[in-house]
Design a protein around this ligand. Structure first.
Ligand code: NAP
Length: 302
């Protein structure tokens, strides 16, 4: 793959994108670049004042930007449903859904739906959101769903016996499981969309290691040390933008940085372990996710 540069992407005028968790970090950088390409961007954020500040920052750099915020706490199925319903009333198309919002290694917490918070935020909410927005995606030619995974997917497998860590919580394993679930969801969504004849692509992406607020739950002493290895958020967002915009992307691919250990670099296709590609595990996760969310994806276009 040649080095890819966002500058080579033509205007995307007329297209609509939702970026979850777009008030900071990778989500903000993704939203900024999409807005610069004339995409109408919705910042789907749980904190409205922060989202409005992000919007103001984008508009100050790019006065023509068509950007707005809409409230969404992705860890709440109620809010996910409200968001999707409001979007469906206001927009007749959805070109890009960027499943970006995330938390890492947070203390044990149970959401209002009874789910472990990292799994709920990083994965379950996005599973529900994508399913509820599928009608809008399906009617939009060239639409894509980009779901953020991480190198940390390797930290855990899916603990079907105890998805919500009720029998013992490891911050690290819970994050790993949630990011593995995101990766397997992106792959399985691709399989299902193509089998059912949808034109929408599902692509996974990871940023390598990027300097953002994701390390907020790390010990204060470790944070500056960790920063030595990180690439800027702007660079970390490139695999996401590539997955969303590059012409040669196919469904079911995983895009990450091309440098040593996939920690930094330019966007490239990357591989993942055998377990992540196990269609039986993916199917089991899908069924569990439908049961947890009450969001059942249609089998086909009709
Ligand atoms: N940075 C990295 O090196 C790295 C590596 C691998 C994967 N990733 C993935 O990249 C994605 C973005 O993370 P980041 O690095 O940009 O971290 P970040 O700077 O902490 O940004 C995370 C964003 O998600 C939002 N968010 C968290 N919980 C939310 C919720 N319940 N509802 C809605 N929004 C919520 C945050 O909003 P608030 O400001 O309100 O908290 C923030 O906007 C995550 O999925 C993460 O797993 C990052």
């Amino acid at each position: 793959m040649d080095k890819w540069n966002i500058d080579q992407v033509p205007s995307q005028s007329g297209r609509v994108a939702i970026v979850t968790g777009a008030n900071g970090g990778l989500g903000y950088e993704t939203a900024l670049q999409l807005a610069k390409k004339d995409v109408r961007v919705i910042l789907a954020c749980r904190n409205v004042p922060k989202a409005e500040k992000a919007k103001a920052r984008i508009v100050s750099q790019y006065p023509e930007a068509q950007v707005r915020s809409m409230p969404l706490d992705v860890s709440s199925l109620r809010e996910v449903r409200e968001f999707a319903a409001q979007f469906g009333r206001q927009y007749d198309r959805l070109d890009l859904l960027i499943n970006n919002a995330g938390i890492m290694m947070s203390p044990y917490q149970v959401t209002e739906d009874g789910f472990e918070n990292q799994l709920a935020t990083n994965y379950i909410g996005h599973f529900a959101l994508t399913g509820l927005l599928l009608p809008s995606l399906a009617r939009t030619p060239g639409s894509r769903v980009v779901t953020l995974s991480s190198l940390s997917y390797k930290w855990a497998r899916i603990q079907f016996e105890d998805l919500h860590a009720r029998q013992g919580y490891s911050r690290r394993k819970a994050y790993g499981q949630s990011k593995r679930a995101c990766l397997m969801f992106a792959y399985e969504l691709h399989r299902r969309l193509s089998a059912a004849g949808y034109g929408t692509l599902s692509v996974a992406a990871h940023p390598g290691l990027a300097k953002t607020n994701l390390d907020q739950y790390f010990p204060a002493l470790i944070r500056p040390l960790g920063s030595l290895f990180l690439q800027p958020a702007r660079k970390g967002a490139l695999p996401v933008l590539y997955a969303a915009l590059a012409q040669d992307v196919k469904g079911g691919e995983f895009i990450g940085p091309d440098g040593f250990g996939e920690m930094r670099g330019d966007p490239a296709r990357v591989d993942s372990d055998e377990y992540s590609k196990d269609a039986n595990v993916a199917r089991q996760l899908w069924q569990a996710s439908e049961a947890m969310t009450g969001v059942y994806y249609p089998d086909g276009k009709g």
